[in-house]
Ligand binder design. Structure first.
Ligand code: HEM
Length: 327
């Protein structure tokens, strides 16, 4: 009789263990996922992305940012690709995603993949692979992409308001990243994605005029750089909608220049400069500014972690036939 509760406990323990194993398996990604079902998948993606970047230099930064925005909202489930419908405003139309664009590249990839291996490669995996490819095409490091994500069926514009903003302090950024299971190192490393691309004036002009009660210009900025940005963003009501500035002086090359700029007080976004001005992250910025190889190595690790966020398991996802609509 005395053995009965113990047997019960062991039995329940084994059941829980079994459930955990099954769940972990379902969520596990694999670098060989399409090895048999669509061996040409990565080659097709690479070709389409390569062609697109040759025609449009904005494709690389936009796709890298798309991956971040996809994974940070509902996990890496391609929810960022779904179009709005009559009764739902999708992530795409949320304020931070208005400037994403380049969705046509993913559409083109998906169309080719549907011809080659119908209903096999998820849109979420396409974004993850394309993001890796734009990094390589821009001169950055290679990593094996883990695959097997499923596409989600829900996409809500208001959830994009949870994405980090350029006005956020380092503490706020650390908090948001930590809520996703990403540490300070991941924050500093992934922010290195800003080695590519461009920011519109609206993303940084609050630093340039009436910054706070004491300073007109953000005092952490190099003053000559700040005055140059001020000129770029003058005449708010008359200026071109595309007015802004490059996030890095070598904005089409994936390198460690971004970190060197932060050390020099020439970060464009307040959220970038904040990483250098916080003792918890400063040494990482300095290390990456000195050692590009270190940045490259850590970037691959953090991108794999980013790609694991909220990965959709088999029961809640699907393989979309068209990345813009649920099946
Ligand atoms: C740490 C928090 C982050 C904040 C607050 C942030 C914010 C921003 C903002 C405000 C812009 C400019 C948008 C515009 O004005 O059009 C931007 C651009 C960009 N972001 Fe981030 N970002 C963050 C992290 C990341 C991460 C983790 C990546 C990728 C790994 C990334 C990749 C990019 C890229 C490539 C661009 C340039 C886009 C283009 O040229 O179209 N960002 N980001």
């Amino acid at each position: 009789m005395a053995n009965l509760p113990l047997k019960n406990i062991i039995f329940h323990f084994l059941i829980i263990l079994l459930i955990l194993v099954v769940q972990t398996k379902a969520r596990q990604l694999d670098i060989h996922y399409y090895e048999h079902s669509c061996p040409q998948a990565e080659r097709i993606i690479r070709h389409v992305v390569h062609d697109a970047t040759l025609h449009d230099s904005k494709v690389a930064p936009r796709i890298l940012r798309m991956f971040f925005h996809d994974c940070f909202v509902r996990g890496c489930d391609a929810s960022v690709l779904l179009d709005s419908t009559d009764d739902n405003i999708a992530e795409k139309d949320g304020p931070p995603n208005k400037s994403l664009r380049s969705y046509y590249v993913i559409d083109e990839v998906k169309a080719r993949l549907e011809e080659a291996c119908p209903h096999t490669v998820s849109c979420a995996d396409i974004i993850a692979i394309a993001a890796r490819d734009v990094v390589i095409l821009s001169g950055g490091p290679y990593w094996e992409v883990y695959k097997g994500r499923k596409d989600g069926k829900i996409s809500r514009a208001n959830e994009t308001l949870g994405l980090p903003r350029p006005s956020f302090s380092s503490s706020k950024l650390i908090e948001i990243f930590s809520s996703k299971g990403l540490g300070i190192k991941d924050l500093v490393t992934l922010s290195g994605g800003h080695t590519l691309g461009f920011a519109h004036c609206a993303s940084f002009e609050a630093r340039l005029h009436r910054y706070n009660d004491y300073f007109d210009i953000d005092p952490t900025m190099d003053i000559i750089f700040a005055n140059m940005l001020k000129k770029k963003c003058a005449n708010r009501h008359k200026r071109d909608n595309n007015a802004g500035y490059y996030l890095d002086s070598t904005s089409s090359i994936f390198d460690n220049e971004y970190y060197k700029r932060l050390v020099a007080g020439k970060g464009v976004l307040g959220s970038d400069q904040a990483l250098y001005n916080d003792y918890r992250s400063k040494f990482l910025v300095e290390s990456y500014a000195k050692y590009e190889a270190l940045f490259f190595m850590e970037f691959t690790t953090s991108m794999i972690k980013l790609g694991n966020l909220g990965v959709n398991n088999h029961h809640h996802g699907e393989i979309r036939r068209n990345c813009r609509h649920v099946n």
